[in-house]
Write a protein that binds this ligand. Sequence first.
Ligand SMILES: *[C@@H]1O[C@H](CO)[C@@H](O)[C@H](O)[C@H]1NC(C)=O
Ligand SMILES: *[C@@H]1O[C@H](CO)[C@@H](O)[C@H](O)[C@H]1NC(C)=O
Ligand SMILES: *[C@@H]1O[C@H](CO)[C@@H](O)[C@H](O)[C@H]1NC(C)=O
Ligand SMILES: *[C@@H]1O[C@H](CO)[C@@H](O)[C@H](O)[C@H]1NC(C)=O
Length: 374
Amino acid sequence: MRTSFTIAAFTLAASSAAQEAVDCKIVEFPVSVTASNEVFGSSFDPESVSSIDQFLSQGLSTGAVDVVGEASTTANFSISAQYCAPAGATHPESLPIQLLAHGNTCDRTVWDALSNSDLQASGYSYQRFFASQGYATLAIDLPGHGKSTLPDPNTIIQMAIEAAVIDAIAASLRSTSNPLGVSFSKIVFTGHSYGSITGVAAARFAPDFVDAIVLTGWSAFVPLPSPLLQLQMQPAALLFDRFKGYPLGYITASNETGHEESFYGGAYDHTIPKISFDTQDVMTCGEGGSLGVGLQPATGFTGKVFAITGSEDILFCNPKNGACADQLANSSFLFPNATSFQSQVIDNTGHDFMLHFSSTETFAKIQQFLVNNV
Ligand SMILES: *[C@@H]1O[C@H](CO)[C@@H](O)[C@H](O)[C@H]1NC(C)=O
Ligand SMILES: *[C@@H]1O[C@H](CO)[C@@H](O)[C@H](O)[C@H]1NC(C)=O
Ligand SMILES: *[C@@H]1O[C@H](CO)[C@@H](O)[C@H](O)[C@H]1NC(C)=O
Ligand SMILES: *[C@@H]1O[C@H](CO)[C@@H](O)[C@H](O)[C@H]1NC(C)=O
């Protein structure tokens, strides 16, 4: 008892010291967007648990669901985000800002050590690392995630409209008419996993949305059947009290072992997967059924791209698809007109790279990319 109290007090002190130089705040971006979302066939019944189960197992096994067309879809969202910058920074716009988009069954906290002060103090916060190096970051909750608007998970929360949200927020960062009141001249999009795939779609729809793109936990090669089957996803409202009231099309992992096996690999603190499982967010059926939107070339994008993924990332560097370094390098086909496409494998690291022992080393590699290229 006494020992654990002492350790807790010590960690708290260490964490406030580590955070001293960083200011983070929650901001809300009102966004109004229109996108061409997919229309799923009538075999999918969003009110039926067994139909949802069938939709997911088909999508994750074959990579395709029954899409019968597209529908122009307009929505207004309140997008919640955490902005971090060096404490007291008077000119946060003097360095590039990164717009951060999380992956699935996650929210923006994956970029801030799961909002856990012990993990922040141990170097797992992407946002706090970059603020300590002088950079501003904006980690958004994609619509349907975290504290952002939670509309219909099947017809509204799909990749096309999420890409449009990213384009709208990136555009707002170029002027002072955003909740930060600061205009940034250099904007970098940094995605993780589903957020990276969505970033490719955002670049396809609005090639000038940012100056450079960093794609983490990503490649163009997704293995089938997907290892995500081991998450055994089910309607979140039926699994955990904190999701009570969510429509059934909001799904999440039911299997903690599957969560660890999907998102971790190589060298990591084995107490972390339980923390990320206990704080996991959701995914939607609409997101699962619209993945193809981000697997087509962003031909108009002419900036620079950096792809960086863990060697043990079974979701995007699966040995089934060849050597990890080749999978990353060959992903350049999605950016045929980029000024440059660089890629890097992070040794001994799984999918949620920011929650592995290599975190600081990876953050520093991304910083080096920014220093040399943006
Ligand atoms: C979005 O907000 C605008 C302005 O308040 C409103 O006119 C419009 O009807 C809203 N659109 C949707 C789809 O809710
Ligand atoms: C959870 O997943 C693991 C491995 O992915 C599997 O061995 C186990 O049987 C699953 N648990 C349940 C309750 O299905
Ligand atoms: C980009 O590349 C594609 C094919 O590689 C080409 O057809 C297209 O004209 C290029 N330029 C733009 C601006 O899309
Ligand atoms: C990558 O491309 C090279 C050259 O086209 C090819 O030989 C290799 O098999 C590809 N590897 C993967 C993993 O796609």
